[in-house]
Every structure is written in C-alpha cells, then in structure tokens.
Design a protein. Structure first.
Length: 106
C-alpha cells in the first residue's frame, strides 16, 4: 500500500472491518499514531468508564472484613466459596451480552 488509509477506514478497521488494512497498519507508525488519536477516549469517557467499572465504595474493605471474620470462625470453605461468588457477581455485573446465558444452580 503506497498511501495511508483515510481516517474513516482506520476507524472501521478498529472495530473489525477493513481487515485488508491490517498488514499496512501493523507496519506503519504514521497510521498507528493516527489510529491512536482516532480511537482514544476523551477524559470524560475515561471518567465514565472508570466510574462504571470500579467496585462500589468500601467493597474491598467489607470483603476483607468478611473474609477475616469467617477465617476467625473457622469457616475457611465458606470464605473460599464467597471469593468465587464475588468473581461471578463482578462478571455478571460487567457482562452485558444478551448472548451469554447466566444460570444459578442454587
């Protein structure tokens, strides 16, 4: 490719279209830089993304206290199982995919 792709084609490539541009983009620092500026998040978008992906305030402290309390009571298995529950809850909260079916066997 002798010329650089248009910005709209770079944007299409960034979402999985225009795959024929891959070789050029991977070897062209100019296009990589342009792609970065096209696809970078604004400060407002970054703040919003941080807000929705961050754990609720105090969650880590509450989780830590709960684990220590259960450990002190001798219920290690309960604490261990809760850790998996937190991971599953976090996945469930972050996954917004209608193709994924989440089932709870309890």
């Amino acid at each position: 490719m002798n010329e650089h792709p248009e910005p709209q084609n770079l944007a299409r490539w960034s979402v999985g279209e225009q795959e024929e541009l891959t070789d050029h983009i991977e070897s062209c620092e100019t296009c990589q830089s342009r792609l970065e500026s096209i696809t970078s998040l604004s400060e407002q978008e970054r703040t919003a993304l941080d807000r929705i992906t961050s754990p609720p305030a105090g969650m880590m402290a509450r989780l830590g206290r709960s684990i220590i309390e259960r450990r002190d009571r001798g219920s290690e298995w309960e604490a261990f199982a809760e850790l998996f529950g937190v991971a599953w809850s976090m996945f469930d909260a972050l996954a917004d995919d209608s193709d994924v079916e989440v089932t709870d066997d309890d």
